[in-house]
Design a protein around this ligand. Structure first.
Ligand SMILES: NC(=O)c1ccc[n+]([C@@H]2O[C@H](COP(=O)([O-])OP(=O)(O)OC[C@H]3O[C@@H](n4cnc5c(N)ncnc54)[C@H](OP(=O)(O)O)[C@@H]3O)[C@@H](O)[C@H]2O)c1
Length: 277
């Protein structure tokens, strides 16, 4: 597993504790030579490429850094897997679409990425398919619940922290996504890895929500008081453009459980986790 220090990687690691789970510091996807020697060394049945440059806004000013990981990195991993004939599961994003449709996007819909992050991820998909047509490319959306390294937290955690700190909660209300529990995605990816499925597949928790809906659902689920103020994308003025409709559905695989159920499970896990001293 590559990019093992992130949200998804940390969940996959829990499911396959004996697998080689390599963080960026241990193996960078930018380093083809290192990948080429790591694969024969670890001899995995499957490579899960969870590595990504995920800064949607920072990517606008750091195009090279985003492409280095999301495009060149994906290419390198596919090349190394193709050479060793190893099953590859790569991850991509709902942001490959422009969000103009009025229904959830399915695998065969036309892509139209709006920002640098989205373009770099689409390039990663294309390069992966070019080098290794049998690779599985899982597009997902709005991940939450995994423990990403470097102090980054996912959206529900940030909402809870800000609400508990008494901060104002201004949250975008005109972009829809499928909030997707990293643990559910990891389990589904494991299952799909051992199937014959190839090419692009959408894997998300079922149902769509705007970010302010997700914020309210999180506060309700965790019993934390807070007032969520809806704001428009235009008012917020983020550097990167995002699809207004970032909702996915699959024509190729079964939908995961509804996101509200997953959020509820996430709460149980957070509540039962040992408190840090
Ligand atoms: N998070 C979302 O909402 C979301 C939505 C749609 C799709 N996705 C996709 O889902 C996948 C997993 O996302 P995630 O949320 O788990 O991401 P994440 O938490 O940001 O984890 C990505 C990991 O990749 C590592 N990484 C960065 N550059 C690397 C390199 N050159 N070599 C090896 N590792 C490198 C990062 O390490 P550092 O921490 O050291 O930088 C980080 O641990 C990605 O493909 C992402 O694009 C995510």
């Amino acid at each position: 597993m590559l990019g093992a220090g992130g949200q998804l990687g940390s969940e996959l690691k829990k499911l396959i504790p004996d697998a080689a789970a390599l963080t960026r510091a241990q193996l960078s996807v930018s380093d083809l030579a290192a990948l080429n020697s790591a694969l024969p060394h670890y001899r995995p049945d499957v490579v899960f490429n969870c590595a990504a440059y995920n800064g949607v806004d920072t990517a606008e000013g750091q195009q090279d850094a985003a492409y280095q990981v999301n495009a060149q990195g994906a290419f390198n991993v596919a090349l190394a897997c193709a050479q060793q004939n190893v099953r590859l599961v790569h991850f991509s994003t709902n942001f490959v679409f422009d969000g103009a449709l009025d229904r959830p996007y399915i695998e065969t819909d036309e892509v139209g990425p709006l920002g640098v992050y989205a373009k770099s991820k689409l390039e990663g998909e294309k390069l992966t398919a070019m080098v290794m047509p049998r690779a599985l490319v899982i597009r997902t959306a709005a991940l939450f619940g995994g423990s990403s390294g470097q102090g980054r937290t996912s959206f529900p955690e940030r909402i809870l922290q800000r609400a508990m700190a008494g901060e104002r909660l201004r949250v975008v209300s005109d972009q829809t996504v499928n909030p997707t529990y990293a643990a559910d995605l990891a389990a589904a990816a494991m299952g799909l890895a051992s199937s014959d499925l190839e090419g692009v597949v959408h894997v998300v928790n079922a149902g769509c929500a705007t970010w302010d809906e997700l914020a309210r659902a999180t506060l309700t689920e965790f019993g934390v008081a807070g007032e969520v103020e809806p704001v428009s994308t235009a008012e917020l003025g983020a550097p990167a453009r995002r699809p207004a409709n970032g909702c996915l559905e699959s024509m190729r695989t079964q939908a995961l459980r509804p996101w509200r159920e997953a959020l509820s499970d996430y709460k149980q896990i957070v509540r039962s986790a040992p408190k840090s001293p």
